[in-house]
Structures are given as C-alpha cells and as structure tokens.
Design a protein around this ligand. Structure first.
Ligand SMILES: Nc1ncnc2c1ncn2[C@@H]1O[C@H](COP(=O)(O)OP(=O)(O)OP(=O)(O)O)[C@@H](O)[C@H]1O
Ligand SMILES: [Mg+2]
Length: 745
C-alpha cells in the first residue's frame, strides 16, 4: 500500500513523502485497513522498528484535521518524549502545533491548551487528569506508546489508571503501540480495539549467540534461517573482537551491560582499539567536543572519563549521567562520530539508534530482593530491537554471549527463539491503589463505592482478574485515606476529599507523604535544616542513595550524634528498616552538601553516585519541600513556610542563602553567583552600580553575561558583538549546551 492511498489531507501526504515515506510497511497497511482512520481503537503489536510511530502520527493528524480534537501522545520516559517532540515538530510546517510537558506536576498545563499534539509522560498525564485541566474534553485521540509497560510495577498502575480515567472523562480514540507480546489480544479486548500483530520487520534482524569466535545466527519470521559467522580473534578480549568485526564493515555497535559501573569499565577496555576506525576529521571533531566535556576543574571524575573516551570514539551511557551528557552521547552516536556506545538497558526503549550490531553482554540482572536473575524475554527483544533501524542500516544483528556449549543452547532456546512473555496488570499494590483512589475522589470522578467499582472495572486489572480480588485493597485504601483525614464519608456514603486530600492529589505525592508532613509540621515548632531534609528523604516519594557496607559505621555514628534533630524517630539498630533509614540520612547529607555549594566532583565522589542521581535527588526533594510548604499553609502551620521556601530555592540553585538574590538573574547560578559575591557584589543594587567593564572582568562572567545582567536590571547598555550565552550559570552545563548547539546545527 502506498501512503498516497490513505484518506488523509494531501498536505500531510506530500509532507511525509518529502521525508522519504512513500510505501507503507505491510503491518502499517494492515493497521490502516482496520478502520483506524475512521476513529476505531487500535492495538499495534508489531516488532521493534516496524514503524509504529508513523501509524500513530497519521491517525493523530487525521483526528486533528477532521476536527475531532487534540491528540495526546503518552510515553514512559522523558528521553523518549524528547525524541518524539523533536520528530513531531516537523508538523508545525502544516500549522499543527506540538507541545511537550514532562515535569511540573502541580499545574493543569494551561499552556498546553493551545497545542494540537501534546506529548506527555504517563505521570504528567496523570497529574493533568488530577488537575482536571479544562481542555481534557477537547482530547480526540490518545496514543499510548510502549503500552506493554502496564507490566512495569512502578509505572504500570499509573498508565492503567490514566487510561481508565480518560475513558471515563472523554470519548477519545485510543491507539496503543507495543512491542510484540504474546497476549496483545488481551490488551486489545481491554481497550475494545482492533488488533494488528505481525512479525514483519523492515530491516532483517539476525539474533544469535556467540561462543568461541563464532556467532550462531537465526533470522526470519520463524527464525528459520540459520547461519554462522566467524569472528576473527585479534584481541585478548572477545568483546573487542566482536566490536571490531562490525566496525571493520563500517557499522556501529551498541553494547548493553547490566550495571553503570560496567558501562565505564567495558568502554575503557574497548576504547584503545577504536581509534583506527576514526577519520582524521572525526578525530578533530571528537577532540574538540571532548575538551569541553568535564572541562571545569569542579567537574565530576566520571565526566572527565567520558571526555577521554569520547575522544577515542566511544562512550558510556547510563541513568547516572546528567541529561545533557546523555543527550550528547545519543547525538554523537546518531551522527556516526561515536562508533560504540556501552549502555545500561535504559537505552532500550523506543529510541532510534544507528546500531548495526547490538551486543547484550549481561542477560542477568541483580536486584536485592531477587538476587541475580535472568531478564525477561521482552527486555531482551527490546535491546535486540535497537539493531538495524531503517533510517540507518540495511540489516541488524543482536548477539548474546555464552561461555559454554550448554549455556549457548539455553540462550538460543530461552531468548533467541522465544516469544516475549505475557504481560500482567500490576495494579494490585496498596500504594498504587491508595494514591489513585484519592486522586479520583479528589477530582470528583468517583464519589461512591459503585463509582469506584466502575472506575476499577475500566482497568486492565479488572479485565485480567476477578474484580473481587482487588476489593480488599480498595477497602483498605479507603480506610487508610479516612484514618489519615484525606477523605470524608457523608452519612449517605458519599466520599469527598478534604482540603489536604485535594492538595495531596494535585501535588502528586503519596497520601502517606501528605499525612507524614502534616503530622510532623503540626508537632514541631522549630526544625533544623538536617531535620527537614531528612523528613523529605523519609517520604516514599523520594528516591534515596544506598549506604554501602563500608559507610555503615560513619552513618550510625552520625545518626547517634544528631539524634535530636531528626523529626522522624530513628528505628532500632536491629530493625529491618535501619539501613534504609541510614540511606535517607545519607541522601539528606548529600542535599546539604549541594546547598552548601560543594562542587559536583566532591559530591559525586563523596557519596559514590553519578551527577544524574544528584540532579534527581535534588529535583524530587525540591518538589517535596514545595509540597511541605503547601501543607504547612493549608494546615495553618505558616511559621514553617519561610524556611521551607528558602530551602526550596537553595535546592533549586544549589546555593547558600547569601546569594539567593543573585541567582534570580538569568545566566547566574551557583558558580557565577559565588564569584560575584566574592568580588563584593552581593545584591541587585551592587550589580546595578558596578561599572560594566569591571563586571565583565570578573572570572566566569565576561562581556556577554555582564551585558545581560545589566539589561535585566534595567540598565541601558550598548550591545556588543558577542552572542549571549545565558543557558546556565554552571560552566559545565553551559558549555555542554553550546556544544550540543554547535553539533546539531
Ligand atoms: N513507511 C515507511 N517508510 C520508510 N521509513 C519508515 C516508514 N515507517 C517508518 N519508517 C521509519 O522507521 C523507523 C522506525 O520507526 P519507529 O520508531 O516508529 O519504530 P517502532 O515500531 O516504534 O519501534 P520500537 O518498538 O523500537 O519503538 C523510523 O526511523 C521511521 O522514520
Ligand atoms: Mg516506538
């Protein structure tokens, strides 16, 4: 089927044609034959890289242009949201506006009202439903990308509930995209949708297992084609052999390992063998870029390691890197400057990368509760599916590594030739239920037991199970919310949220967090910085660092020394929660270092975490402090508010209080702010009066920032020639941003 045969505006067709889409892939054609352009629901469960997004795009454009309403595009991860946003921006030429929102959970997203296509993470979509944004009834179509993630214990329940609520609130078409799963029919029945399943892939993918210099490959719809490939032994390390085998044929390699630490060690091991594959131009570009990564003396050691590797044409990628470094690695790989990326499986979902060969070194993963267990087939297929994407390659290869013949046979049977597992609803978890019930009561979606049953009956859980199985979870969640005074029940059995219940739901915090904050703030009149930061870290909404064995004693002593400051009683040393408590304390101390202006290098080294982790801890703590201040306000504990507000700003900028005024200026953050302060410039007034030349001479400031600062303070300055880079104050981030701009131009 050709694209032009579709019943859609000609402008859309020519636009897509100009981007190279002429013929539809067979599963895309099957999808359009279901009547999806007439508004039918669809579940599209077809292999990785078979072009699911395009089907969704055409359906969204059709709905928008036919006046059926706005399109929501839901994704599980922020990185995927960004990739889709960059991709869909192309439709702005057709007068379709595109917006993305992935943070700021305490707002109804009024700005989004203007957009036609709105890309949201599942959590953000949930928060918008909680705020009952006034544009929800304008939604005409909802696309759920990677819907197999209902199987994910943390994101799954939210995804199900968002869909259940949206279907109660609006009559929208639903398009669900999924990698192949064996029970896609269940998802389709749940959503009253047509199902399109296929094993077709636009680019052939060979999946195989490596043992003793040979890869045994399987290919085809039923893996009917078998072949072997000899991998020349040139290096001591078999992984290096396998990498160079692909580089020898001008391909690129993506290597998955299970831990962050391994991404770095493996990349270091491969690095020296990559150089010879780089052209002299690439080498120059890489060197120029590498010089800017982690160039500040205060940069974390890991950024410096990354810089060294980038210069060699290889990089590592994991969730501990900060967002900009991750985006940079992805872009350099896409631009074929980096030949190899070693990643954790976070890079496995949905992204389009130019990997001809994907090597999956670790098929086991360690989790404290489960030990070392083999990953699900679905995850293996997702990783394998990054190889051979139509934009980049004519074929792809995915390789597992075996040590013995019997392991090889087992891997072929369990992964290569296996169907992904069935997926299950994860809704039956007390935390998920209490939070979502509070949300739906607060939004007045469900006010009676019957209405709650009605909502639950819309979930995948209810589709897969006897709804009565979940009844006791519902009953105990209601009791929990009543006891905590987040909801009230009228004599006629009508539920309503209290003021605290409503705010807790809108603030997107666990009901347990709201109850804890309220009770603590009611009990204490004064708190120390450590006390309040620890309270935040004690919330189930805050992820915290682990305390490793060698740190135990240090934190035990610390807890003893500061026992009076904790607003939450430390558990007994024998208690099973004790180590968790130490982790909260460790995170609180990390936050204290951040707001004392310790350098990124010092923080990451002292706490053994990556900069991405630091940013995550800081962002969620900042959010929870905002929530605590809101709770103080509505429960008449306003004496706590000023210190909470100040702490929130300090977390946001990572500064001591004496430069809080300065960091309000664009382009001034923790480093430049401190520099100004050290030069005696401590207020807007000081900055207003200082001669511009003097300001520009201060290290890290320069002419452009000096001009920008003066302008922001209302001083009339003659513009100089140099462009203003106000991206961030922090030299690391600033240079990284410019670097990305340089590269993507
Ligand atoms: N009909 C087509 N003709 C040419 N290229 C296409 C066509 N449809 C999609 N593509 C291209 O195929 C690539 C893969 O598409 P897409 O990202 O939608 O895969 P996917 O099915 O969502 O895979 P995954 O399960 O990995 O997310 C994209 O680069 C896209 O532009
Ligand atoms: Mg996709």
């Amino acid at each position: 089927m050709r694209l032009e045969e579709l019943d859609i505006n000609k402008k859309v067709i020519s636009h897509l044609q100009s981007l190279g889409v002429v013929d539809l892939f067979p599963p895309q054609a099957s999808a359009f034959e279901t009547g999806v352009l007439k508004g039918k629901n669809l579940v599209l469960a077809i292999p990785t890289s078979s072009g699911k997004t395009l089907v969704a795009e055409v359906c969204m454009l059709k709905a928008i242009l036919d006046g059926r309403g706005k399109a929501l595009y839901l994704v599980p991860l922020k990185s995927l949201a960004r990739e889709k946003y960059d991709d869909f921006k192309k439709y702005e030429k057709l007068g379709i506006s595109v917006a993305m929102s992935v943070g700021d959970y305490d707002s109804p997203g009024t700005r989004l009202r203007e957009a036609d296509i709105i890309i949201l993470t599942t959590e953000r979509a949930d928060s918008i439903v909680r705020h009952k944004a006034d544009w929800i009834d304008e939604i005409g179509i909802v696309v759920v990308d990677e819907i197999h993630l209902v199987n994910d214990s943390s994101r799954g329940p939210t995804l199900e509930m968002v869909l259940a609520k949206l279907t109660q609130m609006v009559q929208a078409q639903i398009i669900a995209l999924s990698a192949t799963i064996s029970n896609a029919d269940e998802i389709a029945n749940w959503l009253s949708a047509e199902l399109v399943k296929s094993t077709w892939r636009p680019v052939p993918l060979s999946e195989g297992v490596y043992l003793d210099s040979e890869i045994d490959f399987f290919e085809g719809d039923r893996y009917e084609k078998r072949s072997t490939r000899q991998v020349p032994r040139k290096y001591k390390d078999e992984i290096v052999d396998m990498v160079c085998d692909t580089l020898d044929e001008n391909g690129q390699v993506l290597l998955f390992v299970s831990s962050r630490k391994s991404t770095v060690t493996v990349a270091k091991r491969i690095g020296p063998s990559i150089r010879k594959y780089l052209s002299s131009d690439s080498m120059k570009d890489l060197l120029r870029i590498a010089k800017k990564i982690g160039s500040a003396p205060t940069s974390p050691e890991e950024s410096k390691t990354l810089a060294k590797l980038v210069a060699e044409g290889i990089a590592f990628h994991h969730a501990g890197l900060d967002n900009q470094e991750r985006a940079l690695v992805e872009d350099l790989f896409k631009g074929n400057l980096l030949k190899v990326v070693v990643a954790t499986p976070t890079l496995a979902a949905g992204v389009n990368l130019p990997a001809r060969r994907v090597i999956i070194r670790d098929y086991r993963r360690f989790e404290e509760s489960l030990g070392n267990y083999p990953i699900p087939v679905l995850e293996y297929k997702q990783m394998a599916g990054r190889a051979g994407r139509p934009k980049y390659d004519k074929y792809g290869e995915a390789v597992l590594i075996a040590r013995t013949e019997s392991e090889k046979e087992a891997l072929i049977e369990h992964y290569t030739l296996s169907e992904p597992e069935e997926i299950y609803s994860r809704l039956a978890s007390p935390t998920a239920i209490r939070s979502h019930l509070l949300a739906s009561i607060a939004a007045e979606l469900t006010c009676t037991n019957e209405e709650i049953d009605g909502l639950i009956s819309n979930t995948f859980y209810a589709y897969q199970n006897d709804q009565r199985k979940i009844a006791h979870h519902v009953a105990s969640a209601i009791a929990f919310l009543e006891d905590g005074k987040l909801i009230e029940t009228s004599p006629t059995g009508q539920y309503s949220a209290t003021l605290l219940g409503k705010r807790a739901s809108q603030l997107y915090i666990d009901p347990q967090t709201a109850i804890m904050f309220r009770d603590i703030l009611a009990q204490v009149d004064e708190h120390t910085q450590l006390g309040i930061l620890h309270m935040i870290c004690h919330s189930p909404d805050q992820s915290v660092a682990y305390v490793i064995r060698s740190e135990l004693e240090e934190y035990e002593v610390f807890v003893d020394d500061h026992s009076k400051e904790f607003l939450v009683e430390p558990p007994d040393i024998e208690d099973e929660n004790y180590t968790g408590f130490l982790g909260e304390v460790k995170t609180a101390r990390l936050l204290e270092e951040w707001i004392s202006e310790s350098t990124e290098k010092d923080i990451t080294e002292k706490f053994g975490v990556g900069m991405g982790d630091v940013h995550r801890y800081v962002q969620s703590a900042e959010w929870l402090i905002h929530a605590a201040a809101e709770i103080a306000r509505i429960t008449n504990r306003s004496s706590h508010i000023p210190s909470l507000h100040s702490l929130r700003s300090r977390l946001k900028y990572g500064v001591r209080s004496d430069i809080l005024e300065l960091v309000n200026l664009r382009g001034i953050g923790r480093i430049r702010g401190r520099m100004l302060h050290n030069h005696g410039l401590r207020s807007f007034s000081d900055l207003y009066h200082v001669p511009i030349d003097e300001l520009a001479r201060i290290p890290t400031i320069g002419r452009a920032i000096a001009e920008s600062v003066k302008k922001q303070l209302g001083v009339d300055v003659k513009p100089s020639q140099s462009p203003v880079d106000e991206s961030e104050d922090d030299e690391d981030l600033g240079s990284m941003q410019t670097l990305l701009d340089d590269f993507t131009q």
